[in-house]
Write a protein that binds this ligand. Structure first.
Ligand SMILES: Nc1ncnc2c1ncn2[C@@H]1O[C@H](COP(=O)(O)OP(=O)(O)OP(=O)(O)O)[C@@H](O)[C@H]1O
Ligand SMILES: [Mg+2]
Length: 472
């Protein structure tokens, strides 16, 4: 379960001098309540805040978001679901049947908790509509009166006010507020994607106006675009991940192994489809399996995808993380203009294979040079450009049957839009697709079918690693 992550712009907005009024808007089930509870928890590092629930009572908050029980003090949650009864967690019994009563109770509670005048202190009301309907009298009068006194309270007492609004339409409140954020959920292919749109945040430069987010574990976690950058410093340990079954080999990424149902099966063909806009963010998905294969006693061959230089890939992204005794078990076929006699012995130029059959023969010769079972990574973009779609297509039966009768694992890397890609989807045992949504990179299983997972790259003490977070 991930940790809470609030978009930087929203956090900075609430940390400004003075007090801000923020609207959190969204249709039912978009994650407004989980977001503000997460926000309260986040701000508790700096300050005090109260969460006033006018719709959902204590028990239900704990039931739906169990982490709240340990992480947010009971005193900071006000159960205001029943205007006729006790406002739970208050010392004395108080009823609110006017806007003024309600605000007075909240102000008293804030005084008790020292929220007022505290930097970044905040009062969260969930939700505006239910509060208005809880108070007898005419709806319009109540709304206008409530709005005025709440805004005054927040200004005078220097406390941030966060109001949850249960719809996404622009209303008068949007103009009164200093900040407006909108929570949305949409379908992307067959998967749901939640996004937070930063509509306005006075005083703050909005660098990233839309954040995809997940509610995994009942916590709000904004997902941010990130660049793929691994420190190349030598690892202290060499990571070795073993698959749970001897029929499989690990992809070098535990999270991906889980998605694949226990890693890559020996003798399998696996397709990694790279969507447009992913750029080089697919590289860890080939280097990590290679590193792990080498560290666990397999060999590796790569037919280098377009735009990648084998020597750089090897020296910077693979070898520093591979145990010394296995470093020679890595061979490459590369499109190169360096004369064959000047190439290092591990590299064979693609040009010596005139046809696709020659290319397959060449891979076979290389496999024989290596004793162990082999992980083969084949950049299908180069192969398709060189040999043409129809030639490759007619040879795929050979690739598939050869692979199945061996202990080798083959990963085909194909770009979205290549002619061969849909065809490969039909013959491969697994099919994973990388794609970007709002500048973030996600992976999705087509075979086996999975949801979307956000990819996060980081350097661990035993080398580069990938964390996948489900988009829930
Ligand atoms: N532990 C969890 N893991 C993943 N998703 C969760 C988890 N708990 C809740 N959710 C998702 O969060 C959604 C509800 O979030 P939340 O209650 O914050 O929405 P809301 O916008 O406040 O809804 P409402 O308008 O009904 O008050 C649920 O639809 C559910 O899909
Ligand atoms: Mg809610």
């Amino acid at each position: 379960m991930g940790r809470i992550r609030i978009p930087t712009e929203v956090a900075n907005f609430l940390k400004q001098e003075g007090s801000q009024r923020l609207l959190v808007k969204g249709d039912a089930g978009t994650g407004k309540t989980i977001f503000v509870l997460s926000l309260l928890r986040y701000l508790s590092r700096y300050s005090q805040g109260v969460y006033v629930s006018t719709r959902v009572n204590y028990e239900d908050i704990y039931r739906y978001t169990p982490w709240v029980k340990d992480k947010i003090q009971k005193d900071n949650i006000i159960d205001a679901t029943n205007p006729e009864g006790t406002l739970l967690s208050m010392e004395s019994e108080l009823r609110y049947n006017s806007a003024g009563d309600f605000v007075k109770i909240i102000a008293d509670k804030c005084r008790l908790l020292n929220v007022l005048n505290m930097k970044y202190g905040c009062v969260i009301i969930d939700s505006w509509e239910s509060l208005v309907s809880n108070i007898p009298y005419s709806k319009t009068d109540t709304e206008i009166q409530l709005e005025r006194i709440l805004v005054d309270l927040s200004r005078e007492m220097k406390v941030n006010l966060v109001l949850i609004v249960e719809n996404s339409e622009v209303t008068r409140l949007d103009y009164v507020a200093d900040g407006v954020i909108l929570m949305e959920k949409k379908l992307h292919h067959e998967n749901r994607v939640r996004t937070m749109v930063l509509r306005k945040l006075r005083g703050i430069k909005i660098v990233n106006p839309v954040y995809p987010f997940t509610l995994d574990g009942g916590k709000f976690q904004a997902l941010e675009p990130e660049s793929v950058h691994f420190k190349t410093k030598k690892s202290k340990r060499f990571r070795k991940i073993r698959a749970s079954s001897s029929n499989n080999t690990s992809s070098g990424m535990r999270d991906l192994d889980n998605l694949l149902g226990g890693g890559l099966r020996k003798g399998s063909l696996n397709l990694l489809e790279v969507g447009s806009g992913v750029g080089f963010a697919y590289i860890p998905f080939i280097t990590l399996p290679i590193i792990n294969a080498l560290n666990t006693g397999m060999s590796a061959i790569i037919a280098v995808p377009e735009g990648i230089n084998f020597s750089l890939l090897k020296e910077k992204l693979v070898i520093p993380f591979v145990k010394p005794s296995a470093r020679d078990n890595f061979l490459a076929v590369e499109e190169t203009y360096i004369p064959e006699n000047e190439l290092p012995p591990q590299i064979t130029p693609l040009s010596i294979a005139r046809t696709h059959k020659d290319f397959l023969d060449l891979l076979e010769v290389l496999r024989e040079r290596l004793n162990n079972p082999v992980l083969q990574v084949v950049g299908m973009d180069n192969v398709e450009h060189k040999y043409g779609f129809s030639n490759i297509q007619s040879d795929m039966g050979r690739v598939s049957s050869q692979n199945r009768s061996s202990q080798n694992v083959t990963m085909l890397v194909a770009k979205e839009g290549q002619d061969i890609t849909p065809h490969l989807g039909h013959i491969c045992d697994t099919h994973m697709r990388l794609e970007t949504i709002n500048k973030c990179v996600f992976i999705e299983g087509i075979i086996p079918k999975t949801g979307l997972y956000h990819t996060h790259f980081y350097s661990s003490s035993s080398g580069p690693a990938v964390k996948l977070t489900p988009l829930l």
